[in-house]
Unconditional design. Sequence first.
Length: 107
Amino acid sequence: MFEIFKKSLFAGLGLAVVTKTKLESVLEKLVEEGKMSRDEAEKMGQELLDSGEKQWTDFESRLQETIKGFLDNMDICKASDLKKLEKKLKATNKRLKVLEMKDKESA
């Protein structure tokens, strides 16, 4: 499931690169045709790129929330939770060995 999300994100990044290149090309053509000054084209290009970047950031945030909600509903244990549990288990095993040794000594 995560692989699908990962591929989607990479596809989106590829699309962003193509879109930026296409945007620059279109704006350059408008400047060459005299329909827009270079300053106007640069300003418009930057505004569109900033807007696209904000939309991408918003999308990433929503996607993270969706994935988190999905995983929470699946009741999946996080790696950090497993590490805490492993640490507790090791400590318990050490205490058990100490108690077993004391029991053998007293027998």
